[in-house]
Design a protein around this ligand. Structure first.
Ligand code: PEP
Length: 250
């Protein structure tokens, strides 16, 4: 049985005070969530605050990006070791905003995954198609290409203890959600693709859905056989909504 993971991606939102308030709310309700693990992926400057506020609560935390470099003259970059210094468990790699706005390609995202994993972080590896790609019926090709870049670099075993987030780009921040059937079809495709290479890895890997998941649609999405949780953007900024999604996991 795969553990359900409900991970918040705060993106570039919040302040020290709003994050304190948000985490106070999440902590107050987290005890009612029985089966899901909760995690929040915070902007770098707030990791120390998040660590202090979540330490010992059972709620995990992480970052939204990392450098492929270990240290040195890389102005503006943040290394895996720095994230570990703040006890991060997770780091998002290859979010579609990083891919489209900051030019991160499949090879770089695969490298980030590898660097994070080798350092002892759990990377959340984002994949997904644009609207144009979906309408051209190449969703599976796109997702396969993104995953193949990682398999080519690290081998399929690198995914056994990792997390994939299927995030159709057209559903991120748009209020348009993939239907449970649409999402399940891609999740099943990903798991079958991995099973072709290694059945045990396919069985173990957690595949999250991301794209306008909210308290109203979470239960139906999370009920699908191959959806093992959610990567939540907008709804993770409101404690009640984030908790409601956690509760929808059952
Ligand atoms: C995301 O940014 O990963 C995301 C899923 O955002 P939203 O839930 O706002 O669509």
């Amino acid at each position: 049985m795969r553990q359900v993971l409900i991970a918040g991606n705060w993106k570039m939102n919040g302040s020290r005070s709003s994050i304190r308030e948000l985490l106070d709310g999440v902590k107050a309700g987290a005890g009612e969530i029985k089966s899901a693990e909760l995690a929040v992926c915070a902007p770098f400057p707030y990791l120390a605050d998040v660590q202090e506020q979540l330490n010992g609560t059972g709620i995990s935390w992480g970052a939204q990006n990392l450098s492929t470099e270990e240290k040195g003259a890389f102005t503006g970059e943040v290394s895996a070791a720095m994230l570990l210094d703040f006890d991060c468990k997770y780091v998002i790699v290859g979010h579609s905003e990083r891919r489209s706005l900051y030019g991160e390609d499949d090879a770089l995202v695969a490298k980030k995954y590898a660097v994070a994993r080798k350092a002892g972080l759990k990377p959340i590896f984002c994949v997904g198609e644009t609207l144009e790609e979906r309408e051209s019926n190449v969703t599976e090709d796109v997702v396969a290409r993104q995953i193949d870049a990682l398999i080519a670099l690290e081998g399929v075993a690198a995914l056994a203890d990792g997390v994939i987030a299927y995030e159709p780009v057209w559903a991120i921040g748009t209020g348009k959600t993939a239907s449970p059937e649409q999402a399940q079809a891609v999740h099943a495709f990903i798991r079958a693709k991995l099973a072709n290479a290694d059945a045990a890895v396919a069985e173990k890997v957690q595949i999250l859905y991301g794209g306008s998941m909210n308290p109203a649609n979470a239960a139906d999405l999370l009920a699908m056989a191959d959806i093992d949780g959610g990567l939540i953007g907008g709804a993770s900024l409101k404690a009640d909504d984030f908790l409601a999604i956690g509760k929808a996991a059952g």
